[in-house]
Design a protein around this ligand. Structure first.
Ligand code: MV4
Length: 501
């Protein structure tokens, strides 16, 4: 029985994991770098240990340091969160060797799925549809040309050690085959120390749809339906939702069965995600598997009622799954917006720094997984995600309306954030109709990029409120005396008269 868990992570996900630990009566152990001395995950944990300088290569990524803290603190298990060491096969192996439970899959599941060529082979063997393409490493130009003759242009060349969009190249023209394959190989060699590449038919305007699965050590596996993740920018997800507007009940059942088959193909244990590309005709293909808990897992929790972290811990304890497939029913609709410390008006440049004031949304159907507090610092060293704003609604329409309300309530001062950009997404007709694919942000660039009159108005009312305050100070006129009078700046801000100022 696990009594104490070291969380080998930081930020919102470290706190997310600790919350489930606390509910289960399990003690939580935090680790932190120099930049995170005052971070919320350190404050939340039962114990916290310093592990070194701010760069993650010298702290959160150092296996020896994490293992040392686990031993010193008497932790039974390590939860890796996402990113950092979460999909590191050597780390999973090392935990096992040290007698510490790794809350995640075996090193062999991680390696098989980490190498996209072996992953494709495993899927083909278990009848999971993959994108038409090759089964072995592309060694020569002739290999590439033969496969392209088979599947037809356009194609994508992808690094076997890649994933998430790294080391990919699109080939549209026959004359580019030689140079593109060569470029992909050298890019892969430089990025991953492995120049294996493979070729897939290019799917023109795909949807990114992924299935959550859970598998225990007794051979039981279930799926927890899909997440629609097509709203992405440069391979970074921005908005996720479930159910997917594209997926019908029949398609869900079929894809779900293939997701379970994919997990079983690698003897998977724990929580995992099977990513598919789907086209408008609802053909779908295995893309890759993420062998970790994902950022967007809360939307699944909102519609299924399952606490995925509790299930991960339950599986790590050697217990059977708490749910059978028939227990998993989707109720209502959930949407997640990722709140980033970045500037949408300046090419989404990261905007780290001190949060001077933060006021987060609350109320019915709202969940915020974050780690920020007034006065805290978003460090430059790590991912600039501040929080995930997740809502639930009876219907998709209610969920979108609730998201708009929650974004309205979200106030962060001191750094730039993506909140305004997310508000525009919620109003974009392609999103509202549910008819969007992975080109959504590119296709709606003009709508999403213009600074709206409403934004300018809000800035102006804040400035005028401050001017109003200064004027009252100057006149030594206490403003607290006339409670019955509406706040002056609100009157100005809401009226059309504002436009004439
Ligand atoms: C593709 C594709 C079209 N056809 N593969 C991008 C991330 C990486 N996981 C795989 N990616 C893609 N692979 C074939 N055969 C289009 C993409 C792709 C994409 C996929 C999911 C979500 C957003 C995307 C944005 C651009 C390209």
């Amino acid at each position: 029985m696990i009594k104490k868990i070291l969380i080998a992570n930081r930020g919102e996900i470290a706190i997310r994991v600790m919350r489930s630990c606390r509910e289960m009566g399990i003690r939580s152990v935090a680790v932190y770098s120099e930049a995170d001395r005052a971070a919320q995950h350190v404050r939340y944990a039962d114990e916290a240990y310093f592990i070194g300088p701010s760069p993650s290569a010298e702290s959160y990524l150092v296996i020896d340091k994490i293992i040392e803290v686990a031993q010193k603190s008497g932790s039974d298990a390590i939860h890796p969160g996402y990113g950092f060491l979460s999909e590191n096969a050597d780390f999973s192996d090392r935990c096992k060797k040290e007698g510490i439970i790794f809350i995640g899959p075996s090193s062999s599941s991680i390696s098989t799925m980490g190498d996209k060529i072996t992953a494709r082979q495993a899927m083909v063997s278990s009848g999971v549809p993959v994108v038409p393409g090759n089964k072995e490493d592309i060694k020569t130009d002739e290999d590439a040309k033969r496969i392209i003759k088979d599947v037809g242009l356009p194609v994508m060349v992808k690094a076997s050690a890649g994933g998430g969009g790294k080391g990919m190249r699109l080939i549209k023209d026959e004359k580019d085959i030689t140079s593109s394959v060569r470029a992909a190989k050298s890019e892969a060699k430089a990025a991953f120390g492995n120049d294996s590449v493979y070729i897939e038919k290019y799917i023109e305007s795909p949807h990114h749809i992924e299935f959550q699965i859970l598998a225990d050590s007794q051979g039981n596996a279930i799926h927890l339906c899909e997440r629609e993740c097509s709203v992405q920018r440069r391979h970074q997800k921005v908005v996720e939702e479930t159910p997917s507007p594209l997926v019908t009940p029949e398609l869900r059942e079929e894809m779900g069965k293939h997701a379970i088959a994919a997990a079983k193909a690698v003897n998977y244990q724990g929580a995992g995600t099977i990513e598919f590309l789907a086209d408008d005709e609802r053909n779908y293909y295995f893309l890759e598997m993420n062998t970790r808990l994902q950022v967007e897992h809360p939307v699944t929790e909102m519609v299924t009622g399952v606490d995925l972290v509790k299930e991960q811990i339950n599986i790590a304890n050697g217990n059977p799954l708490s749910y059978k497939q028939k227990d998993i029913v989707q109720k209502g609709h959930s949407v997640e917006c990722r709140i980033y410390a970045e500037d949408p008006d300046n090419n989404f440049m990261p905007s780290p720094g001190v949060i001077k004031h933060i006021s987060e949304p609350m109320g019915v159907g709202v969940r915020v997984d974050g780690y920020a507090y007034t006065g805290c610092e978003i460090p430059i060293y790590y991912d600039p995600m501040i929080s995930k704003l997740v809502v639930w609604g009876e219907t998709r329409e209610e969920a979108i309306g609730r998201m708009k309300r929650a974004l309205y309530e979200y106030k962060i001062c001191g750094i730039k954030t993506s909140i305004k950009f997310l508000e525009k997404i919620m109003e974009t007709p392609d999103f509202v109709s549910g008819k969007y694919n992975t080109h959504f942000i590119d296709n709606n660039r003009d709508l999403l990029m213009q600074s709206s009159e409403q934004d300018n108005l809000e800035d102006m009312v804040i400035i005028s409120a401050y001017m109003d305050y200064l004027k009252k100070m100057e006149e030594k006129m206490p403003s607290g005396g006339n409670n019955h009078q509406q706040n002056t700046w609100k009157i100005y801000g809401r009226s059309k008269a504002m436009k004439r100022i």
